[in-house]
Design a protein around this ligand. Structure first.
Ligand code: PCA
Length: 221
């Protein structure tokens, strides 16, 4: 099907062990997902530093993925959240993993105030259909997740950012006696459905662009 990029993040000052990087790797390794996509997705675990947007994210985007599924942790949320947009704002209070903070209030001075994900509503439905009590969220915050999403949404390919809560430390037995499936496994299975949605949208966009290009080429000749 299409070339999908899956991203997660490494540790940062308030989250020394970031589950989003582990989840991104687990999702990208799912055989079931390889079958859906027709190939393994690319996986990128970014350093939680503003500089990594240029050194890590930009080269991955330069390879022109057809769709991007991004994952980060939001420790104070209790549910998986589908981020509907990224805003052109950056925190001047919270340092990244290298100790840097945003220097200006706007993440990209002169850039649009926000960038929306056209895929967010469909992704939300897909997560709920996959059995996850997911919510939608107005924006991805003012930190690295928002900044990376803002960059990715500029590409125009189907993309969505999913914030996960901190997974529970121990898996307590369910009231019925069985064991609850570990959160990362449940999320990986549900996120594979999101990957399917994004990949289909990416493929549809790819063929629309191809047709438009062929029309322009035949018009010019
Ligand atoms: N969460 C942070 C950055 C990395 C991550 O996993 C955020 O919500 O911006």
């Amino acid at each position: 099907m299409s070339r999908l990029l899956v991203t997660g993040f490494g540790p940062f000052p308030t989250v020394p062990d970031n589950p989003s990087g582990r989840l991104a790797r687990r999702l990208a390794a799912l055989r079931h997902l390889h079958r859906i996509l027709g190939q393994a997705p690319d996986c990128l675990v970014l350093d939680t530093r503003y500089g990594a947007l240029d050194t890590g994210l930009a080269p991955a985007l330069a390879r022109r993925p057809e769709a991007v599924l991004m994952i980060g942790v939001a420790a104070r949320r209790s549910r998986v959240c589908v981020e509907t947009r990224a805003v052109n704002r950056v925190s001047r209070l919270f340092p990244d993993a290298g100790g840097s903070v945003g220097r200006t209030l706007a993440f990209e001075p002169g850039g649009p105030a926000q960038r929306r994900s056209a895929a967010a509503a469909q992704v939300h439905v897909a997560l709920r259909r996959a059995g996850l009590d997911a919510a939608t969220s107005r924006d991805a915050g003012r930190y690295l997740c928002n900044a990376s999403y803002y960059r990715v949404l500029e590409q125009g390919c189907p993309a969505v950012f999913l914030h996960i809560p901190m997974p529970p430390r121990t898996q307590r037995p369910k009231a019925g006696g069985g064991h609850r499936r570990p959160a990362l496994d449940r999320w990986a299975a549900a996120f594979a459905e999101v990957a399917r949605v994004l990949a289909l949208r990416g493929r549809a966009r790819g063929s629309a662009l191809h047709q438009a290009h062929s029309r322009c080429a035949s018009f010019a000749s």
